[in-house]
Ligand binder design. Sequence first.
Ligand SMILES: NC(=O)c1ccc[n+]([C@@H]2O[C@H](COP(=O)([O-])OP(=O)(O)OC[C@H]3O[C@@H](n4cnc5c(N)ncnc54)[C@H](OP(=O)(O)O)[C@@H]3O)[C@@H](O)[C@H]2O)c1
Length: 323
Amino acid sequence: MLSNIDLNYLRSVQNLSLKHLGLTKENPSVACLIVDFKNDTQGKVISYGLTSMGGRPHAEVNALKKISNKQDVKYLTAYISLEPCFKKKLDSCSSLLFKYGIKRVVMDSLDPNPIIYNQGYLFLKEKKIKVFLSQSLSKFYEFNKYFYVNQNKSRPFITLKLAISKNGYTKDYNSKDITSKDTQKYLHYLRLRHEAISVGYNTFIEDNPKLTCRLQGIDKNLRKIILCKNDFMKTQSSKKFEFINYKELWKLNIQSLLVEGGLSTFMTFLKAGFYDEIVIIRSNYNVVSSKDKYKIKNRLFDNLMKYSDNNYGNDKIIVYKNK
Ligand SMILES: NC(=O)c1ccc[n+]([C@@H]2O[C@H](COP(=O)([O-])OP(=O)(O)OC[C@H]3O[C@@H](n4cnc5c(N)ncnc54)[C@H](OP(=O)(O)O)[C@@H]3O)[C@@H](O)[C@H]2O)c1
């Protein structure tokens, strides 16, 4: 049985796992806490680990290596946001937990990867380790939605982002940004969460965008993809950008892709149903200098599944999910 103390520690590992979200390449971002219950019924955290930037070593390895060899392991519980990995003949996080003598493991979610699914769990049980699974809290799914789409659909997780003025325009000839300064941070946070970013080639030519993640203290190297036709591609050479026809996107080994516009690129993906989430940033002012081709159709989003709708400074951020 899981106690309230266990559930609180699970919440902590979930929150901790957010720290490296979007930075772990093809691996999910996992956290592990090692808690000692020897002298304290509330437990005392003696070590923690996160999936390393780039994906390896895994969270459990990073947590276990910090335990002193003088530690009485009998009273330790490992809280992990995902089932530990398991490979029959090779070292794995499951075998490492066993080797360290951990007697109790509490995990939030089984691994969706069919090669791993349930195997770590069963291995630990076989080794007489007390194992508990709590799908009840499963925020892990929402946090690691990119990973689940990769595993289950063999394609990148696709987020479409579009900024729209109050009167429906996606471009303003009088100003570079349609939305207010408030949402700029949010947009860079969205970039942080994705492995690659792309824009249509008109945006590339007209806006000369940097497509970088500019958040203080964060050094994130996004793959920068310009979506274009083959004839345009042939005229370009750049070390910073990749020029790709959208039909080629699936061939690139990308975990998550943020498509940042403009409107015709957005519409290509929307009409084809190639998206998992749509993030609309709706500003609170009317654009006066634009063209009709940059205006969205009335009721464009009416049939989409709205997931959230929040005020963000002067703007609104509306998220839709694919059905
Ligand atoms: N509001 C926003 O969030 C936002 C974001 C970015 C840019 N913008 C603004 O939007 C303006 C540009 O928008 P736009 O609609 O004219 O152009 P765009 O979407 O940047 O680029 C569109 C061009 O890319 C090609 N294209 C689109 N999807 C493609 C795909 N999947 N594969 C290959 N090629 C594809 C199309 O070629 P064909 O037409 O030849 O088929 C189209 O001409 C910029 O000036 C910028 O200021 C706004």
